[in-house]
Design a binder for this molecule. Structure first.
Ligand code: AP5
Length: 210
């Protein structure tokens, strides 16, 4: 099963992708995580992406499409995958179509802006393994320390309030048109992402299975 999780920054795509991929036994592919890794390792893609990511802009389509194409060609994607954060422009969606990738469902996780801002201001991520937490909704067992690998847990550079507003604007302008793109193909299902994490997972799984 090939799925896309669509939604504004902080809607909970990564959180749900992590839960659902365990249940379905398919990998979750986050272009955001791959780009952050590329920036950390100073690869050519990382160098091209760094400044855009820090400002809350999108990374150029050709850079992201290249990374995604290589990733879905890997063996673990043979039985399907969840795309978290891709496509983010109509051009990226068209590139996916041209690759011959057939998408079964696009799950839009819908959350109002006010909630998004509180979620992103409280989000903390592990510097080591990238695991994601929230100060109130998903705290680490020991403050500031990752439950999974023990590394330090920090705020993402693009989760600063001024950058969050710019990411929301970019989402509205460049990514929200994908709702119509997939609605017209009969693939879009919208899930209410305002519930608690476990409740949202139930709604998401029901939308996938329904
Ligand atoms: P990316 O990493 O993809 O960021 P994003 O889409 O902005 O999404 P987030 O990771 O911020 O949010 P999320 O929806 O996954 O929410 P999460 O589950 O963490 O991209 C970063 C940057 O990379 C982009 O700005 C761009 O520059 C670049 N990029 C990436 N892909 C690209 C592409 N395809 N094209 C071009 N550029 C690209 O949840 C947020 C917080 O809320 C967490 O703390 C979580 O614990 C909490 N939470 C989640 N669900 C709930 C709930 N139900 N109740 C309470 N708390 C919750």
């Amino acid at each position: 099963m090939n799925l896309i999780f669509l939604g504004a920054p902080g809607a909970g795509k990564g959180t749900q992708a992590e839960i659902v991929c365990d249940k379905l036994g398919i990998p979750a592919i986050s272009t955001g995580n791959m780009l952050r890794e590329a920036v950390k390792n100073g690869t050519p893609a990382g160098l091209a992406a760094k400044e855009c990511m820090e400002k809350g802009d999108l990374v150029p389509d050709d850079v992201v499409i290249g990374i995604l194409k290589d990733r879905i060609a890997q063996d673990d994607c043979k039985n399907g995958f969840i795309l978290d954060g891709f496509p983010r422009t109509v051009e990226q969606a068209e590139a996916l179509d041209k690759m011959g990738v057939s998408i079964d469902k696009v799950i839009e996780i819908s959350v109002p802006d006010q909630k998004i801002i509180s979620r992103l201001s409280g989000r903390r991520v592990c510097e080591g393994c990238g695991a994601s937490y929230h100060l109130d909704f998903k705290p680490t067992k020991v403050e500031g320390v990752c439950d999974s690998c023990g590394a330090k847990v920090v705020q993402r550079v693009d989760d600063k309030p001024e950058t969050v507003l710019s990411r929301l604007e970019t989402y509205r302008e460049k990514t929200a048109p994908l709702k119509d793109y997939y609605q017209n193909k009969g693939k879009l299902v919208t899930v209410n992402g305002q519930e608690e994490i476990a409740e949202t997972s139930k709604l998401t799984l029901a939308a996938i299975e329904g």
